[in-house]
Design a protein around this ligand. Structure first.
Ligand code: ACO
Length: 401
């Protein structure tokens, strides 16, 4: 129980809101979420329409600049991303310093932060042009860094980006091509990856976005702020959940656990059903709905079959018919089906949160910029309720027992 006197501050009463479930930390024009109705809109556009008709790069532009690009703007933005896709050769050597079993999220956050050392002119952003250059560098280079962390972990030669390829195709090329043996993904695979990134591109004040805004509020640079966002995303209750879903489905597939046992153990509170539940969505997560169908379509069109999809569907349907889950309004979230798509693209499980981070980058950048330019953002500095000891006298070392 909280002692009400602990809630008093010199300026009045403090709101005690662990996890900030009811605290609005900022105002924002970027993304609208209605968790009761399962609505998600980027800059006013319903996620369903963007998913059906848009691409990730168009969506990134929309989030960052507020409007969908015209044909000319899209071309210009693509060109800018193409120009930024290479890493400085010295930065390439950073990868050699990491152990081959180093987690790709650690590598990603470290190398994104290190980008600031190579672009000291962009540590302070005062003009739109500087903002555009920094944003393009991060969005373009994040996929090169991600792919190279994978190549390093597997002892494979680094594949340089190919400027002839579109954003998603280029990423798959850097992941899976070999010298003289290019990887040529199908259109369905490229579309599925673009959709995956698009659906992860922003989600208002989730933990990683709030982290980016918190770090920005000290006037820290964009590289450092989004690097902090990557660290916040890493945890298994946030961007790490997609990897948790696959290991849970694999356990069931290997016969170590049945769907029924899994549900029972969750109800006994022995573990959480990964990819289920959301702080905001209390009827359904519209992104999960789109990804469920996309996973089906992609497997069908590529002729790839994955027993984990059948298990995921059985698990979801069993949970959705169980009072424990319906009473607590627990539904599949974006992470529940996304792993099926990533597996079909040959992405290893420890790279799943990295894929989430690539997709989320435009959202983090849009929020960083909004906070940097709105003129009202103050340094984030929550209060606390002190529950420690009352004042006491210092005990000299010789007198301590
Ligand atoms: N499995 C089983 N029970 C759950 C789950 C779950 N995944 N999530 C919540 N619950 C239960 C809790 O045990 C609690 O039950 P109780 O009232 O009997 O104690 C109740 O539902 C409320 O749970 P909270 O932890 O208070 O919910 P909160 O809003 O804090 O947590 C979260 C949201 C972290 C997403 C949670 O649902 C969870 O841990 N899910 C699994 C991890 C996951 O999928 N994370 C990805 C989220 S989406 C994203 O980051 C992109």
């Amino acid at each position: 129980a909280i002692d009400i006197t602990g809630l008093r501050s010199e300026t009045g009463f403090i709101t005690y809101d662990p996890g900030y479930a009811n605290t609005g930390s900022c105002s924002s024009n970027i993304t609208f979420v209605d968790g009761e109705k399962g609505i998600l809109r980027y800059r006013g556009y319903p996620i369903e329409e963007l998913a059906a008709q848009g691409t990730f790069i168009e969506t990134a532009y929309l989030l960052i600049f507020g409007e969908l690009p015209t044909r000319a703007q899209r071309q210009e933005f693509r060109q800018l991303l193409d120009e930024q896709e290479l890493l400085h050769e010295d930065l390439r050597h950073h990868f050699e310093g990491f152990p081959s079993n180093g987690h790709p999220m650690a590598i990603l956050s470290a190398v994104i932060n290190a980008l600031g050392c190579y672009h000291p002119d962009l540590l302070q952003i005062n003009t739109e042009d500087e903002f555009l250059r920094a944003a393009a560098k991060i969005i373009s280079k994040v996929r090169t860094i991600a792919a190279w962390s994978y190549r390093k972990a597997h002892g494979l030669p680094f594949m340089y980006p190919d400027p002839k390829l579109t954003y998603c195709r280029n990423f798959l090329h850097m992941m899976h091509s070999f010298p003289h043996r290019p990887f040529e993904p199908t259109d369905a695979q490229v579309r599925a990856l673009s959709l995956f990134f698009l659906l992860h591109a922003d989600h208002e004040q989730n933990c990683s976005c709030s982290t980016v805004r918190m770090v920005q509020s000290t006037e820290a640079n964009m590289f450092a702020s989004v690097s902090a966002g990557i660290c916040a995303l890493w945890g298994r209750l946030h961007g790490g959940a997609n990897a948790g879903v696959i290991s849970m489905l694999e356990q069931i597939n290997e016969g170590d656990l049945s769907v029924k046992q899994c549900i029972e153990r969750v109800k006994q509170k022995e573990f959480r059903l990964m990819g289920f539940g959301h702080r905001i969505y209390k009827s359904f997560d519209p992104r999960a709905k789109i990804l469920r169908e996309a996973a089906h379509n992609m497997l069908e069109s590529t002729g790839y079959s994955d027993p984990l999809l059948d298990i995921a569907l059985e698990l979801a349907d069993t949970a959705l018919n169980d009072e424990y889950f319906t009473e607590r309004k627990l539904y599949p979230n974006v992470d529940f089906y996304s792993g099926i798509i990533l597996r079909a693209l040959g992405i290893p499980v420890n790279m799943f949160p990295v894929m989430f981070a690539i997709g989320r980058m435009p959202g983090w950048i849009a929020h960083w910029n909004e906070a940097n330019t709105d003129g009202v953002t103050k340094i984030h500095r929550p209060r606390q309720i002190y529950t420690g000891l009352a004042p006491r006298k210092y005990v000299p070392l010789d007198s301590r027992l």
